[in-house]
Ligand binder design. Sequence first.
Ligand code: PMP
Length: 360
Amino acid sequence: MTRVYNFSAGPAAMPLPVLERAQAELLDWHGTGMSVMEMSHRGVAFTSIIEKAERDLRDLLAIPGGYRVLFLQGGALAQNAAVPLNLMAQGAIADYVDTGHWSQKSIAEARKYGDVNVAASSADANYTCVPARSTWNLSPHAAYVHVTTNETIGGVEYFRIPDTGDVPLVADASSHILSRPLDVAKFGVIYAGAQKNIGPAGLTVVIVRDDLLGRARRECPSVLDYAVQAKAGSMFNTPSTFGIYLASLTFEWLAAQGGLDAIERQNVAKANALYAQIDRSGFYRNDVRRADRSRMSVPFFLRDDRLNGPFLEGAEARGLVQLKGHRAVGGMRASIYNAMPLDGVLKLVDWMREFEREHG
Ligand code: PMP
């Protein structure tokens, strides 16, 4: 068996020990004689799995009391609808910060349900930065303020949590959740599709402050209603049981790495190595403002687009795969989530140097 270094933006590489553990337990989970996939979601065995998943996630992120953790389905894009349906009363207004592709998706979805004020946008800067908080034009009575704390395509990350006063801050944290500590108390809602740093696609984690439950609009689908799902322990409908199990194994793996402080140190080392190589000469280029450069999503361009094909081919031959940039922007993108070891990044850096020597 040869495992590659997989730089995919998501579904993304998972930690090898997690996959090995799942493999070992696949046919017979803890003497139950069945796979987690085959269990009743309401049985004793699965109840212990989902409860442990929640406990471990709470420990990792230091989620304070007064927040509920929901394990839902439908991805981050379902949450783009769930957020307004839960938090925006008829006729209310919500503020959104536009930092690129994924915030635009959130804005377009919210517009189906109410008034959206784009309080700030980095469009003028070609989406290469987080607009300074001092420039945000917030509505006085907004239902919430929505931010995309890591733009997976643009490679822009919030390293400061903006202060929005009494207005709940809502974050799509899909592509950097669990990559570093996050002060959950500053948020009303945090949501994330699992398929980058948590587990397989098909699971969505939602962390929601208690006082935001029970405000959903009448037309909000019950499966998306935070209060309904909180009351049902995320089991208003059958949850993504195997996804929750793999998430739970990932949380255990993260704790064994030393938790989020430790994984952040690894992520800083990985990102520094890659950006240093990108910046070393004019051959490669990343346009994001240094202070806002994502540690998870690293888009970069070669000096000459005609070199993209040969670069990707050579990378693939070295077991470095899925480096092709998003079709909307072209170039390359290295997603270096928690499960990407430093060694994978160093192998990529070596290849970038070699390629530059040949073609620079
Ligand atoms: N938001 C962000 C920041 C993302 O990176 C993605 C997926 N790449 C999405 C939303 C969409 O997530 P999903 O496909 O899980 O709905």
